[in-house]
Design a protein around this ligand. Structure first.
Ligand code: GDP
Length: 296
């Protein structure tokens, strides 16, 4: 993952601190310049980078701090904390409730990885002992139902879909009613994407949401989209109350900055990252260990 590059660059900037015998405002400015350049190169939203710089400059108070060691520690801590704040909106991640039907609706652009990730998440809960099922409410993309059916069959997860019904809201409603009656605990609804953030996509999403009345919305975002992440995440957030984010394709050439921008744009936590096409390629995401690992 290219995020490692970001970690290396930030780490490089922090290491240069150790070499300084005097740490003053100029040293801090130089380090912040390097850190911010690394973040921008990784496609983190410009406004967020500016805020990070401003916050760190406010936190580090040269008058108050004692010797070089103390100053160094304070600067390192301030940078670490601000990086954590970027990927952690401070919201408790969603937890499904046992003994009831929890409806989770997936949204995101076409190709983001929704259908693949639906099965990954279903498999994750199934392994933990939940009674899980999938609903294919994507009637826009030809082949979407077959793809979900194939994945679900392989993973032995019950599914619902249709080759003839072309109203996704009707499909979602029918599937949810059926699975609720059968005592399923986690009902995951896959929806269509479209290529762009079109009005029709958001209208359809709202109709499915009205019919499905989900307990939770997961926004699936392609981790390789870079600076477009901010606008895309905002557009989805405006259409439905996104609860959490799953960032896909972080195994490839994703710079990862999009993930950071999406968290800020939606105020929602990233709960998992997709690290490949296989059903097991889904890693839980936690902000502090993520930043620690990124910084090596
Ligand atoms: P949808 O249109 O949002 O339902 O997207 P799909 O689930 O069909 O995924 C689009 C493509 O991305 C497929 O070829 C998937 O195999 C691939 N894909 C999904 N998640 C990941 C991931 O985490 N890593 C990689 N490398 N590929 C992924």
């Amino acid at each position: 993952m290219v995020l490692a590059d970001l970690g290396r660059k930030i780490n490089g900037a922090l290491k240069s601190l150790t070499a300084e015998s005097v740490i003053d405002e100029k040293v801090l400015d130089d380090i912040l310049r390097e850190v911010c350049a690394a973040l921008l190169e990784s496609d983190v939203n410009v406004r967020l980078v500016q805020n990070l710089r401003k916050n760190i400059k406010q936190i580090v108070d040269f008058e108050e701090l004692g010797g070089v060691v103390n100053k160094r520690r304070q600067i390192q801590k301030a940078i670490f904390d601000e990086l954590c704040r970027l990927v952690d909106p401070g919201v408790e991640p969603y937890k499904p409730k046992k003994g009831k039907a929890n409806v989770i609706m997936f949204v995101g652009l076409q190709g983001a990885g929704k259908t693949t990730t639906c099965t990954k998440l279903a498999h994750h809960y199934q392994r933990k002992g939940w009674k899980v099922c999938l609903i294919a409410a994507d009637t826009y993309r030809a082949g979407a139902f077959d793809q979900l059916k194939q994945n679900a069959t392989k993973a032995k997860i019950p599914y619902y879909g249709s080759y003839t019904e072309n109203d996704p809201a009707v499909l979602a409603k029918e599937g949810i009613e059926k699975f609720k009656k059968e005592g399923f605990e986690i009902i995951i609804v896959d929806t269509s994407g479209r290529h762009k953030q079109e009005a029709a996509l958001f209208e359809e999403m709202k109709q499915i949401a009205d019919a499905a009345n989900p307990d939770h919305y997961i926004f699936v975002m392609d981790g390789t989209i870079g600076q477009a992440a901010d606008g895309q995440a905002r557009a989805f957030k405006d259409a439905v109350p996104i609860g959490s984010i799953i960032m896909t394709k972080l195994d490839g050439h994703a710079k990862g900055g999009g993930a950071i921008s999406a968290v800020a744009a939606t105020g929602s936590p990233i709960i998992f990252i997709g690290t490949g096409e296989h059903i097991h390629d889904l890693d839980p995401f936690k902000a502090k260990p993520f930043v620690s690992k990124m910084l090596g």
